[in-house]
Design a protein around this ligand. Structure first.
Ligand SMILES: *[C@@H]1O[C@H](CO)[C@@H](O)[C@H](O)[C@H]1NC(C)=O
Ligand SMILES: *[C@@H]1O[C@H](CO)[C@@H](O)[C@H](O)[C@H]1NC(C)=O
Ligand SMILES: *[C@@H]1O[C@H](CO)[C@@H](O)[C@H](O)[C@H]1NC(C)=O
Ligand SMILES: *[C@@H]1O[C@H](CO)[C@@H](O)[C@H](O)[C@H]1NC(C)=O
Length: 249
């Protein structure tokens, strides 16, 4: 082989190597682009702010008949323009009653007179449906639905610190059983008692709301609204996460 041919083979060899390396580099950069886009899509949403009071939507079961005396309980903890939520009434309040600005705004519950019910307190159906009706308001930025009675006293700061321990993107049914053994015996032990407050995370409320009206008709024999909520959550496979701070006496 002459020196000249040897030199041109060397040039050709260089060219081929260069082409191969560039191809590999192009492939790598394409692939790299691809993986970064995929990673970007799969990346978890930006670090969320910790749960605060504005992420809780309260749903208080109340009654026009007893509001005049019961509102003192709510006045103890309700903070206008800080706590969010509604009082759910069986009908519009009396025309002569002016609704105080310091009380939670109210909503009138849906008509439940056609629901099947076997027990002594038909209004328990209306109370159970507060979770569904609160969800269906479609309010933004709600992480937790917290149900209570008109004589339930919440400590909003404590509630926030308890709820922020849990991932609101998972299904949670939180509360406490009764401090009365007879009540636990008469109802259930692993149940969140309504009088103590019941906290339901957004994803669970979404699933509950969907089938709730059909579900509560499967439990006509139960006494309370809380037993219905427990039963419907169990049907979804979600059982009570007990928090000792919820007291039912
Ligand atoms: C609560 O967190 C939200 C973000 O989800 C934020 O916009 C809001 O200012 C916070 N509110 C309070 C009272 O800290
Ligand atoms: C709540 O906010 C509204 C609108 O910003 C204001 O008009 C009202 O006076 C506030 N209420 C209280 C009790 O602070
Ligand atoms: C408002 O009217 C209802 C019935 O019409 C009555 O029972 C109630 O006492 C009245 N309330 C006030 C504050 O006058
Ligand atoms: C509720 O529905 C029943 C049956 O449809 C009806 O008779 C009743 O008047 C309704 N009640 C209210 C408050 O609308």
């Amino acid at each position: 082989m002459s020196q000249k041919t040897l030199f041109s083979s060397f040039i050709i060899y260089l060219l081929i190597t260069w082409a191969a390396i560039s191809t590999i580099i192009i492939y790598i950069s394409l692939f790299d682009n691809h993986t970064t886009t995929v990673l970007k899509q799969d990346a978890p949403p930006q670090e969320e702010e910790p749960t605060n009071i504005s992420h809780i939507l309260f749903g208080i079961s109340a009654s026009v008949k007893t509001w005049a005396t019961r509102h003192h309980y709510i006045d103890l903890w309700w903070q206008p323009n800080v706590t969010r939520g509604f009082l759910w009434l069986e009908r519009e309040p009396y025309q002569n009653d002016t609704w105080p600005e310091t009380s939670p705004p109210y909503k009138v519950s849906g008509n439940t007179s056609l629901f099947k019910y076997g027990g002594p307190q038909r209004h328990q159906i209306r109370m159970a449906r507060v979770v569904k009706e609160s969800f269906e308001l479609g309010l933004e930025n709600v992480r937790w639905f917290v149900m209570g009675d008109d004589d339930t006293v919440f400590f909003p700061e404590n509630l926030v610190s308890v709820l922020s321990k849990y991932d609101h993107n998972e299904m949670y049914y939180l509360g406490g059983n009764s401090e009365s053994v007879e009540q636990n015996e008469g109802n259930f032990f692993k149940m969140a008692y309504g009088g103590a407050g019941i906290a339901i995370s957004y994803p669970l409320a979404m699933v509950l709301a969907k089938g709730f009206d059909k579900c509560i008709e499967r439990y006509t024999h139960l006494f309370g609204c809380d037993g219905r909520i427990m039963s419907c959550a169990s049907e979804i496979g979600i059982h009570l996460t007990q928090e000792l701070g919820f007291h039912q006496v």
